[in-house]
Design a protein. Structure first.
Length: 139
């Protein structure tokens, strides 16, 4: 167990964590890419899963930054919406009045955000990308 994993396991339920995702290996990026990814803030439970109840009281603090190589960073919010697998989905929302720019986490509610684990996101064009959880630190 590494230091980052230990911090996640010892974290208080619902405590805010800063989670950094890097693009995992793919056909386009055989080694993955630390220049493509996301950093977001979310409350995690003791198992490292996003805590939906804690999010309700801390939603204003749950931000996301998308970094994609030489593109300007995009800033938005982590939003919990009705619909999707299990009846709801977690979305990175960059414009509150529009949904065409949203990026949806694939089964984010089921995944543990622990360094070394993999998660997937569907971008605004509908393409699914896989990311590795690079780090999880107290926010």
């Amino acid at each position: 167990m590494n230091e980052l994993t230990a911090r996640t396991e010892d974290a208080d339920t619902g405590a805010l964590s800063r989670i950094r995702l890097h693009l995992a290996r793919s056909k386009e990026f055989p080694e993955g890419s630390a220049r493509h990814g996301y950093e977001f803030v979310a409350p995690l439970d003791g198992a490292g899963r996003i805590d939906a109840e804690a999010w309700k009281g801390q939603r204003a603090a749950c931000t996301v930054t998308r970094f994609w190589a030489n593109e300007a960073p995009e800033h938005g919010r982590l939003v919990h919406r009705a619909g999707g697998a299990g009846g709801s989905s977690w979305v990175f929302d960059y414009e509150a009045d529009a949904s065409d720019d949203d990026e949806t986490g694939y089964r984010f509610g089921d995944h543990a955000f622990v360094p070394g684990e993999y998660v997937s996101l569907r971008d605004e064009e509908g393409e699914l990308h896989t990311f590795i959880v690079f780090s999880v630190l107290p926010a």
